[in-house]
Design a protein around this ligand. Sequence first.
Ligand code: SF4
Length: 482
Amino acid sequence: MNQNLMDFGIGEEKLREECGVFGIYDFEGNDVASTIYYGLFALQHRGQESCGIAVSDTDGPKGKVSVHKGMGLCNEVFTPEVLEQLHGNIGVGHVRYSTAGSSTRENAQPLVLNYVKGTLGLAHNGNLVNAPKLRHELEYTGAIFQTTIDSEVIAYHIARARVQVPTVEEAVAAAMKKLEGAYSLVIMSPRKLIGARDPFGFKPLCIGKRDKAYILASETCALETIGAEFVRDVEPGEIVTITKDGIASNREMCLKDPLKEARCIFEYIYFARPDSVFDGVSVYHARIQAGRFLAMDSPVEADLVVGVPESGNAAALGYAMESGISYGTAFVKNSYVGRTFIKPKQSSRESAVRIKLNVLKEAVDGKRVIMIDDSIVRGTTSALIVGMLRDAGAREVHVRISAPPFLHPCYFGTDIPTEDQLIAHGRTVEEIRQIIGADSLSFLGQDRLAAMAGGRPICAACFDGKYPIEPPSEDIRGAYEK
Ligand code: SF4
């Protein structure tokens, strides 16, 4: 990303999800491009660097796919004129932020692949841990890659397997046997829409229905937006094949021991929209619960509980409900800061954080404030926000974080930086408190995470270092560009 542009989070240190995926098959033959556009719009928080839509007509010629993708937000890349050109009743869409593979138009998705059996459109969320190995294997057998993203490795494996097996869903199953890491996939073949989730279930994927159309989406909020009803989640390891005959399911890749599944807990803490529900657990309730746990485990006397918008708000409400301390609004966020906003120069008096966030002096002046945020990565933004509260007259600022301290990088699709850049790495909580200038500081206990996800098995490796899959021996993120 251009260093002069600001990302969507409050500060420069907010973490970013890699991608959001969306797919739809309308059995009545209606064009689906505009529905995909609105679905992607609801998933925009999962990626703001590039987006794309690929559609095809299930009754038309097999190799004909219309695709449009580009750098920017959905409403920058797609105009009414562009959408009108995209005809077809089956399609897939994607929003992307790069954690592996650089931010270029070539790396935008969906990927469309023409091969001997027809055409595949593929959109992927997650990172593979064995992508460099799989890519080298393919390159040695003559494959030429056009992108630097893992998703092309997946598409190649599916296309190669398809030559050996009778159906595309069997090709997906064959490819999945080679893939290690996190992936939620939506795949469009000329006559089928396929969804697949890796056996650990790192990334979410759900199924919806609207009239005579089936939908696959990263989050349920996208179903709500397009007026579809939630059918169910795709299970970790499951492949669903949607045709005019309905939904067929293949669970041969599901783990024998479901307790080894590993849903990304950070989806609940930060990434997902609060109006989404994953695997039966509401993101909003998970955040409220985290706030309640913080109030039980790290109480402090204060006058006001406030959340750092957006994802700190629900946890702040939970803290207030549990502690009985008033909940209030201390921050006003400027919602118009987009991807192409010009970031102030280091020398400039304007601060990126202050441009995005102002403190309501009237709310905090003279008060003892508990400030809830979802994470501390490098610590710079937290220090600034604590300072802003003090400047606005807060008498005390107690910081509570609705996640444990980040201690380890993520290899599954989140841009958690290397250990040396994490403020918590090698520091005590007291040392972090001093750096950010708070009166007190507490993090959510690691023992509280499983309850946030309704007791389902989770990945919490960035907090506890227990990787569900052996991590690569070196940081492979962006390996193809090195
Ligand atoms: S390491 Fe952290 S961010 Fe990555 S998948 Fe696991 S819980 Fe999610």
